[in-house]
Design a protein around this ligand. Structure first.
Ligand SMILES: [Fe+2]
Ligand SMILES: [Fe+2]
Length: 376
């Protein structure tokens, strides 16, 4: 069914659910997901009796930091937002809204998961439960701030509707821990890198939201550090042969997803004066160094083969996108896609088979937790 003119935003052609509300983008492998897990097993993982390695002093220190609520007064909007939104026109407007939506959905996904974990663990692990609840507070703030920005474009998300209607992906608890650790740390590096770039190039500041990224990213950094403390307390999650494989697998899937997503909309990064590839490689290297302080193995991101294969994946991905847009029949489209999928899988396997870097302990690697060096 074609959307009628009233259901479409006049400036961008973006579909609306109703007045002022954007229809959520359809989901695919690369869009941010909502997660669910085995909450009973999570409870067991965090129970003090079952998990004596959990360092109570460290957990309480983290809890106190979250209670401080450093960013309580940070997310306050001003008049500059609406005026800046009105000035973004044409194709950049559409791309910008897409960026806000992706970011908002990812932040909101964290909110939902942490909130549920906080609720479920109240009895068995009250300190950990409170940390999750406070992290969900942060994520709600981040998502809300982004959604307010979307409303400047008259295209906000209906987050209540998404909560009820979006698909939830099930991950075992240990996979949730790897994935959330990585997404917090890569989120930190993305936000801080964009912030520093715009600080150095203030004339590229398209929209005031980026000025908030400096304190904002500290929330993500703290969230990541909490997961790092949790992982440290579960040696089987970071020391075994299986753990090494999963560690690399999750690094890779997070890096590849970002690289493909960002290269699929490089106009956005270019509109901020960033070079998409350089920006991505910087974020990947830094995230990988940070991750090497806790994961038992990471990807050798400096091996030239790594970037070569990422670029091949971008090429395949854009061919797949072109097929999706063509007017061929579904049968023809699928025939054209098959070899591309095979090529895609081969690149991923090639990436996973690259010689890894053994890592795992701050003490062993001596990699600084957050190296502020920026390449621009
Ligand atoms: Fe966040
Ligand atoms: Fe976060």
């Amino acid at each position: 069914m074609r959307a009628s003119a009233a259901d479409v935003d006049a400036d961008t052609g973006i579909k609306k659910m109703r007045e002022g509300i954007k229809e959520a983008s359809s989901e695919n492998l690369l869009t941010p997901r909502f997660y669910t897990t085995d909450f009973d097993e999570m409870e067991r993982l965090f129970s003090n009796e079952i998990n004596p390695n959990l360092d109570e002093t460290e957990i309480n220190a983290i809890l106190n930091e979250f209670r401080e609520d450093f960013n309580q007064k940070h997310f306050v909007r001003n008049d500059a937002f609406k005026a800046a939104a009105d000035n973004i026109k044409g194709e950049p407007r559409r791309i910008f809204i897409e960026f806000l939506e992706r970011s908002c959905t990812a932040e909101f996904s964290g909110f939902l998961l942490y909130k549920e974990l906080g609720r479920r663990m109240k009895k068995t692990a009250p300190a950990v439960a409170e940390i999750f609840t406070l992290m969900s507070r942060d994520e709600a703030r981040h998502a809300g701030f982004l959604n307010k920005a979307m409303s400047d474009f008259n295209l906000a998300l209906d987050l209540g509707f998404l909560t009820k209607n979006r698909q939830y992906t099930f991950f075992q608890p240990k996979f949730i821990l790897y994935a959330t650790y990585l997404s917090e740390k890569i989120g930190y590096w993305r936000y801080i890198s964009i912030y520093r770039h715009l600080q150095a190039n203030p004339n590229e500041q398209l929209y005031p939201i980026f000025q908030y990224f400096e304190n904002w990213c500290q929330d993500e950094n703290r969230h990541g550090d909490f997961f790092s403390a949790i992982l440290k307390a579960r040696p089987e999650m970071i020391n075994t042969f299986e753990a090494k494989l999963w560690a690399r697998f999750f690094c890779l899937s997070v890096y590849v997803t970002m690289y493909l997503n960002d290269h699929g909309r490089s106009e956005f990064y270019e509109s901020l004066g960033l070079d998409t590839t350089k920006f991505n490689m910087h974020v990947i290297h830094q995230t990988n160094k940070t991750t090497a302080t806790i994961f038992p193995q990471v990807i050798d991101t400096y091996n030239p083969e790594f970037k070569e294969r990422l670029d091949k994946l971008v090429g395949i991905n854009s061919k797949l996108a072109a097929i999706g847009k063509s007017s061929d029949s579904d049968v023809m489209k699928n025939l054209a896609r098959a070899p591309l999928f095979a090529g895609f899988a081969a690149e991923l396997i090639g990436l996973l088979a690259m010689k890894p870097i053994d890592a795992g302990s701050v003490d062993i690697t001596g990699v600084p937790e957050s190296d502020p060096a920026f390449m621009y």
